[in-house]
Design a protein around this ligand. Sequence first.
Ligand code: ADP
Ligand code: MG
Length: 214
Amino acid sequence: MITTRLLPQIINNIFAVIENNAEEVTLLDQVIGDGDHVTNLQRGLKALVLQQEEFIGLSWPNAWQKIGMIMMSSVGGASGSLYATLFMALSKASSETDISFPGFVKAFSEAVEAVKKRGKSEAGEKTLLDVYIPVSDYLSTVVNDEPDLSGILVEVSAVAIKGMESTRNMLATKGRASFLEARSIGHIDAGAKTAQLMICTIVDVLTKALATPA
Ligand code: ADP
Ligand code: MG
């Protein structure tokens, strides 16, 4: 059973992976954005690290709600409101407290739709959605009541990496990178890179948790 007991570990590992890739991602956001993406995210992640213990014992919908509110008040930039939307919508779309795999997949897909609305953007516009949309689409294709979670997690990482890479040759039509028009082509989107790093980190924690019987 995957519970919010895992959240402190997920939060700390995500904080570390963003820290370890800060220079590389900042360079990406400097080339086609304004260079503040990592600092924006880190403000939110630091707030989550400080409050990590408060997540233990919460239901997933309540934990997602709390994460969304922390993101909203601390992250800033375009990515702040998009991540706040993602987590608030995930919480709102989760009708069950003990979340099943099909229940999660449905809620995640609704949350990604909410981010699309909020950003007025679609797949192929060179944003973090080019990671979240393919992951959500993939999960929807494997949804059933007895999923092979370990196998699915391996594939989620691969889909996230492919989505992140796919932004390199895209023309940016949303966010600051769109101001560069054709010059945005040839660079990976910073928001797609951090989305991929975070997803792969969550996959690692969940994979280890599934391999260790409680
Ligand atoms: P800002 O662009 O305000 O400086 P950040 O640097 O924190 O904010 O985040 C930039 C990232 O946000 C981009 O790399 C892109 O992935 C994502 N982004 C920006 N605008 C949009 C949008 N309209 N829809 C989806 N994602 C977006
Ligand atoms: Mg920026």
